[in-house]
Design a protein around this ligand. Structure first.
Ligand code: AP5
Ligand code: MG
Ligand code: ZN
Length: 223
């Protein structure tokens, strides 16, 4: 399965991508997570990414496209991947198409998780993430079993640096200006699946799986 997960900040991309990766047994590739790891490791990529991410801006296309190209060349991506947070600009969507075309591959679907801004603020304000494995929690809807500690690996949970009100606002502006056109790009290709992101985590997951099953009965631009 080759999927792209699109949606505003806080729409649930990481939460659903992680479950989809387990379900379809393929890697969950989150560009945001790759950048955060590089920032933590203080690599050159990390320093460049931090400069943009801390302001809620996008990391430049040339860096991001190359990064994803390398990641989907890796052996674990050969039979599928769940791309979370990429593509985020029309240029990145074209970049992804180029990479796939060279390999005679295609996307199964681009999934848009649709969520109201009110709910976005509620979700991001109370999100906590694991500093080591990247697991995602929410103080109300998905609290950890032991406060402040990751269920999976026991490491401390933190609030993301870009989850402060001003940065959330900046990320939403960038989403409207730069990423919304990507939705039209996939809509025009007939690959877009719009999913209501408002229900609880299990309900949204089931809706995605049902839509993919219905979709696989129809033809898409792969065939
Ligand atoms: P990235 O890490 O991708 O951030 P984002 O797009 O802003 O999205 P988030 O991770 O904040 O939200 P999400 O949709 O994953 O929601 P989550 O599942 O956590 O990117 C960060 C930055 O990196 C960008 O701003 C940019 O600078 C840079 N970057 C990344 N990719 C790039 C690219 N391609 N090009 C250029 N720059 C790039 O859920 C949110 C919360 O809600 C959690 O607490 C969760 O537990 C909870 N929740 C989830 N689903 C539900 C539900 N159904 N019901 C109740 N609670 C729920
Ligand atoms: Mg995420
Ligand atoms: Zn963890």
């Amino acid at each position: 399965m080759r999927l792209v997960i699109l949606g505003a900040p806080g729409a649930g991309k990481g939460t659903q991508a992680s479950r989809l990766a387990t379900y379809f047994n393929c890697p969950h590739v989150s560009t945001g997570e790759i950048f955060r790891r590089a920032i933590k490791d203080q690599t050159r990529l990390g320093k460049e990414a931090d400069f943009h991410i801390s302001k809620g801006q996008l990391v430049p296309d040339d860096i991001t496209i190359e990064l994803v190209e390398q990641r989907i060349e890796e052996p674990d991506s050969q039979f599928g991947f769940i791309l979370d947070g990429y593509p985020r600009t029309p240029n990145q969507a074209i970049g992804l198409d180029d990479i796939l075309r060279q390999k005679s591959l295609c996307l199964d679907a681009a999934i848009h998780l649709d969520l109201s801004e009110k709910e976005i603020y509620r979700r991001l304000g109370n999100r906590r993430v694991c500093t080591i494995c990247g697991a995602i929690y929410h103080l109300d809807s998905l609290p950890p079993k032991h406060p402040g500690l990751c269920d999976r690996c026991g490491s401390p949970l933190v609030q993301r640096e870009d989850d402060h009100l001003d940065t959330i606002k900046a990320r939403l502006v960038v989403y409207r200006q730069m990423t919304k056109p990507v939705l039209s790009y996939y809509k025009n290709r007939g690959t877009l699946l719009v999913i209501d992101g408002e229900g609880d985590i299990d309900k949204v997951f089931k809706t995605i799986i049902n839509s993919l099953e219905t979709r696989s009965l129809k033809t898409n631009d792969c065939h």
